[in-house]
Design a binder for this molecule. Sequence first.
Ligand SMILES: NC(=O)c1ccc[n+]([C@@H]2O[C@H](COP(=O)([O-])OP(=O)(O)OC[C@H]3O[C@@H](n4cnc5c(N)ncnc54)[C@H](OP(=O)(O)O)[C@@H]3O)[C@@H](O)[C@H]2O)c1
Length: 305
Amino acid sequence: MHATRRTALVALGAGLAAGLAGRGAAAQQPALIRKPIPSSGEMIPVIGLGSARRYEEARTEEDLAPLRETFRRFQVLGGTVVDTAPSYGNAEAIMGGLVADLNIRPDLFICTKVGADTPEQGRAQIEQSFRNLRTERIDLLAVHNLRDITNQLAILRELKAAGRIRYVGATTSFDRQYEAFEAMMRRETLDAIQIDYALDNRNAAERIIPLAKERGMAVFINLPFGRGSVFRATQGKPLPDWAAEIDCTSWAQVMLKYLVSHDAVTCAVPGMAQARYVDDNLKAAQGRMPDAALRRRMEQFIDAL
Ligand SMILES: NC(=O)c1ccc[n+]([C@@H]2O[C@H](COP(=O)([O-])OP(=O)(O)OC[C@H]3O[C@@H](n4cnc5c(N)ncnc54)[C@H](OP(=O)(O)O)[C@@H]3O)[C@@H](O)[C@H]2O)c1
């Protein structure tokens, strides 16, 4: 979350007025619940924004306008964490463009990934990510799906030492990689992991998430809605009475509060390409959270569907 030369210059233009108006609106919203990144103590909101799929192919202004509105709303409501990857089609470059258009780089915590087979490819891909994202500093750079992990982590550590990235991480969303992922977590020092976890997909909570806590790693959650599986399971069903006890008015909020109420989970990054999803999902970073007993009831509820 550092202003680049570019954003500082752009801020002198018309974008400044829009940015200030946005922050004014944000000031009227209840603050988002934040949790610390263990390696630094930096506090980040527990809900971020994922950019896979819906951002991959956007090209025309008609495609981009709803994405820009999504980002604008996200920043106005106090969202900071945005997640992307070089493998998500054009998503990185689209994100870079939206952030520049809205002049909101200083407000964001930008996460991207490296997925390459050799050090040379990794370095080239990372340089392209800096250009795509139009930033001089990436907040979190993570090795994607364990690919060439030892070499790529060495590069990320160099970049961290040089101040070009702030945190180093690793991600997966595949159960078949869990064993290797766990071994890597025991071997390596990381600021963060990113792992798949959802109310109907809880395998990561068995070993990976507790291990992250033990190793002092922040935990980012990908696929928090199981790519929509939790919505298909609950479609047409009224919210249970207990949803009101945790200030939830939608299934999305229920699903997200289950995840971020895990004591070792730092931030979930649901895919959001519509402003109305931002309004809905960021409410999961406000109000009361489920305790251990209610979390168990939530599991029993989804398992019974
Ligand atoms: N290995 C990795 O590193 C890895 C792997 C996978 C994902 N990720 C990251 O995790 C992020 C999330 O994954 P994902 O986007 O694939 O899946 P997801 O977050 O589980 O589901 C996203 C989908 O849920 C729907 N949705 C979102 N908010 C909603 C709401 N409030 N109400 C109703 N529906 C809602 C949207 O569907 P519609 O758009 O169809 O309406 C959206 O596309 C990705 O964007 C990416 O950043 C990382």
